[in-house]
Design a protein around this ligand. Structure first.
Ligand code: GRF
Length: 215
């Protein structure tokens, strides 16, 4: 099996990177992480890459175009075919986004297009919604926009605060991101007229979404 060669861009904790690396330890998983790039030398996620023996590079984010050209060089040295943003907090150079086009995805802790931008968990609590979740989407120059590939729904509990809700969403992210990358690496994900089609996708039934079952 040829595995999809993936570069991961991080800025911080790296728990999604850890989840992706854990998925890749299965020989049957169709992707592998070949490089990790961080814009911050102090990102804890770098140690996760190191302990998995994945080449990792710090590219300080001074000028957007410079970061993009250095990141391109690292990705091409490692023959990366695909990019996952995992807690990468910078807005990327538009030409870089254009070049990677439908070969770069991001994960965001809300059900986009609701609550883009900063503090989406806080935004969800302030809006009083009953459910929120996380989204994996292709990257476009606009922040947290781009064709949606997969989403996971997370209930909001009456006693939730930002920390408890963030932890519940993060748990869903750690399952959703590896699942989505698998679908991509299997060649089942296509963008057609700005929307994503997934071969063999079956929507969950309404009974699976019944709030009474989410005690
Ligand atoms: C995650 O909540 C992700 O959705 C958002 O940033 C956070 C990164 O967490 N884009 P981690 O660095 O993967 O632990």
């Amino acid at each position: 099996m040829t595995r999809l060669r993936v570069g991961v861009l991080i800025s911080g904790r790296g728990s999604n990177l850890r989840a992706l690396l854990a998925a890749c330890t299965d020989d049957a998983y169709p992707a592998e992480i070949v490089t990790v790039i961080s814009d911050r030398a102090e990102a804890p996620g770098l140690a996760i890459a190191q302990s998995a023996s994945v080449p990792n590079t710090v590219i300080p984010h001074r000028v957007r175009e410079e970061f993009a050209s250095e990141a391109d060089a690292v990705l091409s040295n490692q023959r990366a075919q695909f990019v996952c943003l995992a807690g990468f907090v910078r807005v990327l150079d538009a030409a870089f986004v254009e070049r990677w086009g439908d070969r770069m995805v991001n994960i965001h802790p809300s059900l986009l297009p609701a609550f883009p931008g900063l503090h989406p968990q806080r935004q969800a609590l302030a809006a009083g919604v009953r459910f929120t979740g996380c989204t994996v989407h292709f990257v476009r120059p606009e922040v947290d926009a781009g064709p949606i590939i997969a989403q996971a729904v997370v209930p909001i509990r009456p006693d939730d605060d930002e920390a408890s809700l963030s932890a519940r969403i993060l748990d869903a992210e750690h399952r959703l991101y590896p699942l989505t990358l698998r679908l991509i690496a299997e060649g089942r994900v296509q963008v057609l007229r700005g929307q994503v089609q997934i071969d063999g996708w079956r929507a969950p039934t309404l009974s699976m979404l019944n709030p009474c079952e989410l005690a």
